[in-house]
Write a protein that binds this ligand. Structure first.
Ligand code: CDP
Length: 241
């Protein structure tokens, strides 16, 4: 047993890290899977959606006129984003100019505005440049909408996640109900469909499956089945390096 774990440790130490991208529709469970994979592989996990949500929070608070390029650029120059580990939750929280906004950015007011703000060219360039920097050393799992197509087109493993709309609405509704007992299924469904529409139809980096991405439909998979499947794909790519 000891010999086995020593060999395993040596093997892991010599393996070259890869980049794993997980893209897909709203509320597919992308972040959950990305977080699980990162933990198992000892990789960094980045929720790129949290960055767009934090930018949206700043824009709403500061009443940034999104039709005015100068105003948008000025706002972006005042935004500093960072992911900082929270020992209480064992997860990284997103900070907007030194303020922990991890909880605030999940509110419906942000979900309602984020896709329009994320469609702006200046906003995308700002976020993508930071995301690409995070992947310079590889050993990273990032989830979002354009990670396999635009941010890391050369990533070793690309997963495109999808699930039936009813399943996704139910999942997100349950998640949000904890924080907001007044939320309705209809409200969640409308927001999900609206974001999917805007994200898929925007001009710059629309939500698309990369041609070399593996489709993962998790409508009928348990979290464990999905994780084991994705981990086997990841190990294949890691062993091939
Ligand atoms: O958790 P959920 O899938 O609902 O959304 P999210 O990952 O938190 O992303 C929120 C929004 O940010 C999306 O609906 C997109 O409009 C935008 N986004 C994007 O444009 N590109 C990314 N790489 C990630 C998110």
């Amino acid at each position: 047993m000891l010999i086995f774990s020593v060999i395993l440790h040596e093997l892991t130490a010599t393996m070259k890290p890869v980049i794993i991208t997980i893209d897909g529709y709203s509320s597919c469970g992308k972040s959950t899977l990305a977080r699980q994979l990162a933990k198992e592989l000892n990789y960094i996990f980045i929720d790129s959606g949290a960055m767009y949500r934090a930018i949206t929070l700043y824009f709403l608070r500061n009443h940034v006129a999104v039709t005015d390029v100068n105003e948008v650029n000025h706002a972006l120059s005042n935004i500093n984003l960072a992911f900082i580990f929270n020992p209480l939750t064992n997860r990284s929280d997103i900070y907007l100019n030194d303020e922990n906004v991890e909880v605030l950015i999940r509110e419906m007011t942000i979900s309602e505005a984020v896709s329009d703000i994320a469609a702006l060219k200046e906003v995308r360039e700002f976020a993508v440049a930071q995301q690409q920097k995070m992947g310079e050393k590889k050993g990273l799992v990032m989830d979002g909408r354009d990670i396999g197509t635009t941010v890391f087109p050369e990533a070793e493993l690309k997963i495109f996640m999808t699930a039936d709309v009813a399943v996704r609405v139910e999942r997100r509704f349950k998640e949000l109900l904890h924080k907001n007992p007044n939320i309705t299924v209809e409200e969640v469904k409308t927001n999900l469909e609206m974001r999917d529409y805007i994200d898929s139809n925007r001009e710059i980096s629309p939500l698309r499956k990369a041609s070399d991405a593996i489709v993962l439909d998790n409508s009928n998979l348990t979290s464990e089945q999905q994780f084991n499947l994705a981990l086997s794909w990841a190990n294949e790519k890691i062993n091939a390096r």
